[in-house]
Every structure is written in structure tokens, then in C-alpha cells.
Write a protein of this length. Sequence first.
Length: 395
Amino acid sequence: MKFSPLVDRIAGEGSDAWITHYEAWRARDRGEDVILLSVGDPDIDTPVPVVDRAVEGLRAGDTHYTPAPGRDSFREAIALDQSRRNGHEVSAHNVVVTSGAQNALFIASLCLAGPGDEVIAFEPMYPTYPATIEVSGARLIRAGASAKGGFRPDLDGIKRAITPRTRALFFATPSNPSGVILNEEELAGIAELALKHDLWIVADQVYAGLAPDGRVPSLASKLPDRVVTICSLSKSLSMPGWRAGWMVAPLDLALHAEHLVMCMLFGLPGFIQDAGVTALRIASQAEANVRDYCARRREWMQTGLSGIPGLKCHRPEAGMFMLVDVAETGLTGREFMLELYAAEKVSVLDGGVFGAATTGVVRICFATEQKTIEDACARIRRFVSFRSAASATRR
């Protein structure tokens, strides 16, 4: 039987990124002694008022259809959050509610580019970006950033990547996996390129609540007719399983996105949207709690990995991940991921799935309890030490 060419595009280059993660997940469910540090699912519960509001809605029968672009109350709360976070004054009509930020990125990709077009995304990038961007038939163009440069965007490289076919620039700030926050100077350079070449800008800000004070520099208020902001409640409010995300866009794009949502999602459950309103109402304090949680664990992770021969930690500006350079061990990120899990049952993510600059790197999530971090670091230290000793014996 034949399939559409779409199935090849959605497979993406990072489709096997989670091979060790899902193996570890199944092993944990079987009761085995494994440590999962391969996904950004904070080991902290959703705030109680948010859960209570959802339960109230369920018990009140809020289980029916909702408007495709979202309830006005949730969209209005998101518009206020956009103003607070980015200084971008918008109305509920600029907001389209989606099933998480990933769904919003998918919709933006389909609405902004198509066959024959090119979209530039900044490396290192989240593994779903290639398939998400190329699902429309557009071609993904990678703009690399080096470890030597701290994984910051290379504006000259971005400029060289632009062609007459380029339609949009996609980036995440703070970045997953690097934790880099784009600064005002970098954003000014991006804005100049967007204006000169008539490009859309899609800013994935799903980790913005974990940046200092819960804010990152933004172009949304400066270029309101060409900036699309993607966000969700997943990371900064400990709600990944709720799948509550959104797109904030110019009115004409929001209307196109609404049409697509009617075909794709047809409305997020009402009890989740009402819980989302509560979440945004308490966001300042809730995000501060998660930021503090992650900041302490970042220090524990860096301390635990320090001094391990062959490992070099890249300290993130924000988020819940640390990139660890393992090249001096003689392993690629993928080899380190596979061998570490086989030897010590610690699941991390191969950095190669984020781009060429991170092939010798692994990504480790530190949003978990102190004992888990300490145990994981001890196992990693033992793995590196044993492997180093075995290599010396062979020599």
C-alpha cells in the first residue's frame, strides 16, 4: 500500500531521538531502577488552585464543545499575559488556543510556508522542529550556533542563509536545549533582517516563565504585524500533561489559524481552559516557585558533574536542561546516551538531535529531586570512570 509523501516529512531527522527515553519509561513502569533525565517534565505538581478549578468544571458538567479558537475568558487572560510579559498590547482576537505549544508551532508552519518556500530555524533546535516546519512542504534551512560561541545565534550565518525563497525565521528563547536567551542586540539584528527581506518571525517562548523575572526580550511589540508568539502552561506552571498552549498573532494570521484549528482540534476542553485562566491569574508566584526549584537543581547538577574527566557543562541562562559536552570521552552524544543507559540505567538525550554543533553533547534535565540528581551524577561518574579504565587497559 502507498502513503502520502507527508509521512516522510513528519518522520523528521529527530524521530528516533527518544529511543532510550521510551525504553527507560517502560522499564520504570516495570519497577526497574532507572533514572529518567531525558525529558522536560518537571518533578513538581500543578498548583492546587488550578487542579481544583478543573475538578469543579468537570463536576459541573463542563465537558461539551468549546469555540474552536478558545473561550473568550481564556483568550483574554492570554492577551493580558502577552502584554505583561512582552509589552505587546493585543486583544483576545489575536489569540488562538491550541493543544500545547507544539500544536501552535505546527499550525504556524502550515499557515506561513508551503512547497517551494524556505524557513530558517536556529540551531541547536528542538527535535520536532524539522518535521514541524517541513510538514507544509517547505524546506528547513539550519542556521548553526557553535559551542565555542556559547550556542548564541550567528547573525552573519542567518544573513547568508536567507534567499528569495525564505518566508520565516523560527527560534526559541529561552532555547531548548541550550537555555540561551536572545538579547536585545541579537533581536535587533533579527528584526533588521526580517524587515529587509519581508520575513515572518515565529518566537517560541514556552520557557519564558523560567527566565529571570519571567520575561525575555521580545520583538512582538516592535514588529506586531510580523511576529508570532508561541507559548504554553507546560513548563513554567508545571502543566505539561494539560496540553494548554496558544499562538498570539496578527489578526489575519489568527483567522487563518482558527480555520485550521477547526479542522485539527475543534476546541480545547472547557475545564482545561478555565483552569488555564486560574493558572495565568497566579502565574507570577507559580512561575517564581518553578524558577527557584530549577535554579537550585541546576547548581546541584553542575556540582555533581564537576570534576568528571572528559565532561564539560554548559551552564544555561534559563530552563531545566544542561548541555554536557562529552567529546573528550571519545564518544558522540548518541553513543554516550546508549552506553550510559546500558551500563547505569540513566536516560539522557543525544545532543545530535538538536543539530550539527551538538553531536558531541548530551542534554540532561535537572528538574527533579535532589537525591535523583545525586544518584544520577554518581552513576555518570562511575560510567565515565569505568569506561576510561577499560580503555586504558586495552591500550
